[in-house]
Write a protein that binds this ligand. Structure first.
Ligand code: SIN
Length: 506
C-alpha cells in the first residue's frame, strides 16, 4: 500500500456515532476532523437505538435515583462517582439533544414523555416516535455537525492503527481509504469506534463493528477494562437475519409478555420483576427455554395490539418484513450481542492511559456500566462522556516529536471472520464455561498465527481470555462452571505486552 502523510492542527475524532458527534461538537472552537468508516448515521449502533435516552426528567425522579439504579444494574462494578456524574448531567444532555432538533415525544404541556425499561425504578426514558429514538436523534445531531464550521467530516475511512511519538504519546492515526493508507497526524485523538457486535454471529448491532478501536489501542499499549462484559439483549427478532432486528425492551415496559411455544409465561417464576428483570436474567431465561426446545416468543397482543404500527413503527416494520404481525401473534425472540461494557479505561474526561488518546461511547470503559449496562444509558453515556472527551481533547496542545514505529491492524478474510463469529456466540455468549473458552482461545491461536495483528482476533482474544480468567458469574458474564458471584467485585484491567495480555491490579 502507498502511504500519504497529513498534518492536522486539531482533534481527530474517529467514529461517527453519537459519542463521536458529541465530542466533535463539544471541542469547538478547536478544529475537528471527524472520520467515519461509513456515511454519518450509517453502520453505527446509535442510529439503531430504539428505546431512547435515560435521564431524570420527571418531578418524581432525581439524578440520585437514576445513579442508584445504574449502580445496582452494574452488579458491583460501577464507579458510583461516575454514575452520579452521568445521572447529574443527564437532563442537560437530553435538553441539549432537543436543542439540536431531536424531536422527543412530549405531552400536551410540552414535557418529555417517559417510558419505563427494565431495572429502572422510575419511568425515565425519553423517547422519539415510539421506537425511533436513535435514528431521529442522530439525524438532528448529524445536521448540527454538518452545519458546524469547526468540523471537517471525512467518510469512508477505516482505522488501521494509532500513530505514537517517540515518548509513546498518541499523535494521530493511520487511516485507510480504498486501499490507500494515510498517516493523519493530529494534536489529540478521540476513539469513538463503537462496540464488538460483529464478533458474534447473532447481534443487534451493525456487523461491521469488530472492535477495531479496542484492537488499535491495545496494540499501542493502552489499558483496557472489563473486556469480558458483553451484554446480550434478550429480545432480538429470531428470523435468521444478520444483524438481527432489535425488539425494544420498551415493549415489555408497556406490558408485553414472554411466553414459550406452549404459551406459558416463564419470567414470572424466574424473578420478582418478571419480564422487567435485569437484562442478563431475561437473556438467560430465554436462552434456557430455547435450549430446552420450548422456544421463546414476545406476546404483545394485549399490551400493544392494534396500536403497534404507530407505537413501535421500527419493530412493526421488522416483523412485517418477515411476514409477522406482532399485534396479532407472538413473535420469536432470541438473545443477541447488543453492547460491550468493556473498553478503553478512561477517566471522567475520556482520557485513556496513553497521553493524547481519548475514548468515548461503547469503545470506552468510563466506569458507568459495570458488569451490566442499564437500559437506555448508552445514548446518554455517548452524549455526556462524548462531550466531556471533546472538551478535554480540545485543550491539549501539540508537542511535535518524531514518530515511533506504528503497528498496523490487519484484516481477517471473510470466511475466517464468519467462523470466528459462530465460535464467539457458542463459547463466549450468554453462557460460558472454561472448556468452551479454552476451545475458543485455541482457535484464536491458530487464526492469530495466520493473521497476526488482525483487529477482530485481538478484540475477541481480549473478551475470551478475560472471560476465562473471571471465575465467577456477575452481571452479563455467566459461567456455568462458576455460577456464583465472588465475594469481592473486581474490575479487570489489562494491557497487551509482547503479544500477551498482562493484568494490572484493579
Ligand atoms: C432497547 O430499546 O431495548 C435497547 C435500549 C438499550 O440498549 O439501552
Amino acid at each position: 500500500m502507498t502511504m500519504d502523510t497529513q498534518h492536522f492542527d486539531g482533534v481527530l475524532v474517529i467514529g461517527g456515532g453519537l459519542a463521536g458527534l458529541s465530542a466533535a461538537l463539544a471541542a469547538a472552537p478547536r478544529r475537528v476532523r471527524l472520520v467515519s468508516p461509513a456515511p454519518l448515521g450509517e453502520a453505527c449502533s446509535s442510529s439503531w437505538a430504539q428505546g431512547g435516552v435515560a435521564a431524570a426528567l420527571s418531578p418524581e425522579d432525581s439524578p440520585a435515583l437514576h445513579a442508584a439504579d445504574t449502580v445496582a444494574a452494574g452488579a458491583g462494578l460501577v464507579d458510583p462517582g461516575r454514575a452520579a456524574l452521568l445521572a447529574a448531567e443527564g437532563p442537560g444532555a437530553v435538553r441539549r439533544l432537543a436543542s439540536f432538533g431531536a424531536p422527543f415525544d412530549r405531552d400536551r404541556q410540552g414535557e418529555f414523555l417517559l417510558s419505563r425499561e427494565a431495572a429502572h425504578g422510575r419511568a425515565r426514558v425519553a423517547r422519539v416516535g415510539g421506537d425511533r429514538a436513535g435514528q431521529a436523534i442522530m439525524a438532528a445531531v448529524i445536521g448540527r455537525v454538518r452545519r458546524s464550521a469547526h468540523v471537517e467530516v471525512l467518510e469512508g475511512w477505516r482505522l488501521s492503527g494509532l500513530l505514537q511519538d517517540s515518548l509513546g504519546a498518541v499523535c494521530g492515526a493511520l487511516m485507510e481509504r480504498n486501499g490507500v493508507l494515510t498517516a493523519m497526524r493530529a494534536t489529540a485523538v478521540i476513539l469513538a469506534t463503537g462496540g464488538v457486535g460483529g464478533l458474534y454471529a447473532e447481534t443487534t448491532t451493525p456487523s461491521a463493528l469488530l472492535g477495531e478501536g479496542l484492537a488499535a489501542a491495545a496494540l499501542a499499549g493502552a489499558t483496557l477494562a472489563d473486556p469480558e462484559f458483553v451484554q446480550f439483549h434478550p429480545t432480538a427478532l429470531d428470523i435468521g437475519r444478520d444483524p438481527a432486528p432489535l425488539i425494544t425492551e420498551a415493549l415489555r415496559g408497556e406490558g408485553a409478555w414472554l411466553v414459550n411455544a406452549a404459551g406459558e409465561r416463564f419470567m414470572t417464576s424466574q424473578h420478582p420483576d418478571g419480564e422487567l428483570a435485569p437484562r442478563d436474567v431475561v437473556a438467560r431465561a430465554i436462552h434456557a427455554e430455547r435450549e430446552a426446545g420450548r422456544g421463546a416468543f414476545l406476546d404483545a397482543r394485549s399490551a400493544v395490539g392494534a396500536h403497534f404500527p404507530k407505537a413501535f413503527p421500527t419493530v412493526f416494520e421488522a416483523c412485517r418484513s418477515a411476514g409477522l404481525d406482532p399485534g396479532v401473534a407472538p413473535v420469536p425472540v432470541a438473545p443477541a450481542c447488543h453492547y460491550h461494557m468493556g473498553g478503553l479505561l478512561t477517566d471522567a474526561d475520556g482520557a485513556t492511559t496513553l497521553a493524547g488518546l481519548y475514548a468515548a461511547g461503547e469503545c470506552a470503559s468510563s466506569g458507568v456500566h459495570g458488569a451490566n449496562r442499564l437500559a437506555s444509558n448508552s445514548l446518554l453515556e455517548a452524549a455526556v462522556f462524548g462531550a466531556r472527551a471533546g472538551r478535554a481533547a480540545s485543550r491539549r496542545l501539540g508537542a511535535p516529536r518524531p514518530l515511533a514505529q506504528t503497528r498496523k491492524l490487519s484484516r481477517l478474510p471473510e470466511e475466517d471472520l464468519q467462523a470466528l463469529r459462530k465460535a464467539m456466540s457458542r463459547e463466549a455468549g450468554v453462557i460460558r464455561e472454561a472448556a468452551g473458552l479454552e476451545r475458543l482461545l485455541s482457535r484464536l491461536d491458530l487464526l492469530g498465527a495466520r493473521f497476526p495483528d488482525a483487529g477482530p482476533l485481538i478484540a475477541a482474544r481480549l473478551i475470551a481470555e478475560c472471560a476465562l480468567e473471571r471465575r465467577e458469574s456477575r452481571g452479563a458474564h455467566f459461567r456455568a462452571d462458576h455460577p456464583e458471584a465472588a465475594a469481592e467485585a473486581r474490575r479487570t484491567l489489562v494491557r497487551l505486552e509482547a503479544g500477551s495480555l498482562s493484568r494490572k491490579a484493579a
